[in-house]
Design a protein around this ligand. Structure first.
Ligand SMILES: Nc1nc2c(c(=O)[nH]1)N[C@H]1C(S)=C(S)[C@@H](COP(=O)(O)O)O[C@H]1N2
Ligand SMILES: [Mo]
Length: 441
């Protein structure tokens, strides 16, 4: 590889007009400190032994309308003072949403602050959490995964053993089937739909590990069990295990967070979050499902006729406008970009439509790249707000042609006994004063 191509000079646009513009730009004192970091001069100042400040460089006349802020007149914090980086202290309000009743050890959850996030990747510290008996503190050295049952050979793995398999990385959303439940009193997007997040997961395809153990012909299901106090156990059809199911050890480049199942979790792309067993310790290959607590008393769908449907695996298409959304304030008439996220457990998002007139008419939003299968997709929609009270909402259609329903349409089919798999449209009302609230709450 020619390392010269990474040299400083090559990072600068070569044509002389651009060069002279750049010189002019650099002369503009304070602004140059941030600007220069982006341009190649940043490399030079980063290796310079003596710190320079904008104030030393600046010609007073070149300040435009800007005065010199205090942070441009002195060195910043010592390099290396944050061995593990954290957000700016001015972003300390961007945290997971915790209801008053959520701060306890047994069945509980926290929600991603969807209204504060951009793009499609959820930062690890803001990934939603759903725990049934708190967060175990597992020493990976003492953790084992056993694969047994209808296999040619039972196997026991350490985390390092699992890391020796060929690795696989993919971006997938994860959503709790209780997101958001059917009694909606949500003030914000986090409260309305914050039990969904999206990450780049790294691990090994489950089928690779199963192949190592060798499946017996009667194998049809896999029973997965967690090492937490809840002993979370779910039955998974073998087809899913031989398809895109993953054993995950990393999330967004770093090892899983304890909250997400450190040191090892199952990830079943597009399936209800509950089945992606965290702190995974056991995979039992079986010929039938086990009908565990989590697939009988919980995570079944109570139907209008009093019966319950077991095994609703796939999360259907959903979307939500995250900006402007509940709790926010639309400032000023004129242009605003409506932004949101869409996802489907069945594959790619094909289209998102936005209505800004209480659902009377719908227009196509722009899907931002990348549009990935079973991942969050970002959509944007240019909007002119004339200052009237309006209801804005989005609806997603996935590549199978399925379209996200209204809550009325959903309840017509499912009734009101159930608590899971509510993928209905979330409408927001923008009042004349710009205040945004949940239009159904
Ligand atoms: N061992 C174990 N696995 C578990 C759970 C749990 O409590 N224990 N919760 C499940 C539920 S209901 C969901 S929605 C997802 C949540 O994953 P997250 O906390 O990483 O967002 O994990 C699932 N896996
Ligand atoms: Mo869940």
């Amino acid at each position: 590889m020619n390392t010269d191509s990474f040299s400083e000079e090559n990072l600068v646009v070569a044509d002389s007009d651009a060069q002279s513009k750049r010189r002019q730009f650099l002369r503009h004192g304070a602004a140059a400190v941030t600007g220069a970091l982006a341009a190649s001069a940043g490399l030079r100042s980063a290796i310079a032994a003596t710190p320079t400040t904008a104030a030393e460089d600046a010609a007073p006349a070149a300040q435009g309308t800007l005065s010199i802020p205090p942070w441009s007149t002195q060195s910043g914090a010592q390099v290396g003072s944050h061995p593990y980086g954290t957000p700016s202290r001015f972003e300390s309000g961007v945290i997971r949403h915790l209801r008053k009743t959520d701060k306890q050890y047994f069945s509980s959850s926290t929600r991603s602050p969807l209204q504060e996030l951009d793009g499609i990747i959820t930062p690890n510290g803001l990934f939603y959490e759903r725990h049934h008996n708190g967060i175990p503190d597992i020493d990976p050295a003492g953790h084992r995964l056993v694969v047994h049952g209808l296999v040619q050979q039972s196997l026991e793995f350490t985390v390092n053993d699992i890391r020796r398999f060929p690795s696989h990385s993919q971006i997938y959303f994860l959503e709790c089937s209780g997101n958001p439940g059917y009694t909606v009193h949500a003030k914000t997007a986090a409260e309305a739909n914050g039990l969904v997040s999206c990450a780049e997961w790294t691990g090994v395809l489950l089928k690779t590990v199963l192949k190592e153990a060798g499946l017996k012909p009667e194998a049809k299901w896999i029973i997965a069990e967690g090492a937490d106090g809840a002993g979370m156990t779910r039955s998974i059809p073998l087809e899913k295990c031989l398809d895109d199911a993953m054993l995950v050890y990393s999330q967004n480049g770093e090892r899983l967070r304890p909250e997400q199942g450190y040191p090892l979790r199952l990830l079943l792309p597009g399936y209800e979050g509950n089945m992606s067993i965290k702190w995974l310790r056991r995979l039992q290959v079986a010929d039938r499902p086990v009908h565990s607590r989590e697939e009988t008393s919980k995570y079944t769908d109570s139907l209008p006729n009093g019966k319950a449907r077991e095994f609703t695996f796939v999360m259907e298409a959903k979307s939500i406008i995250t900006s402007p959304s509940g709790g926010q304030q639309v400032e000023g008439h004129g242009f605003h970009e409506i932004k949101g996220i869409a996802w489907s457990g069945k594959g790619r998002i094909a289209k998102v439509e936005v209505s800004v007139d209480e659902g009377k008419t719908w227009q196509a939003a722009v899907l931002q790249e990348p549009v990935l299968s079973k991942a969050l997709t970002r959509f944007v929609f240019p909007w002119q707000w004339n200052g009237e009270s309006v209801v804005i909402q989005s609806r997603a259609t996935d590549e199978t042609g399925y379209t996200q329903p209204t809550i009325t349409a959903l309840v017509e089919v499912r009734g009101v006994n159930g608590t899971y798999h509510n993928n209905a449209i979330t409408p927001w009302r923008v009042a004349a004063d710009g205040k945004v609230t949940h239009a159904l709450a």
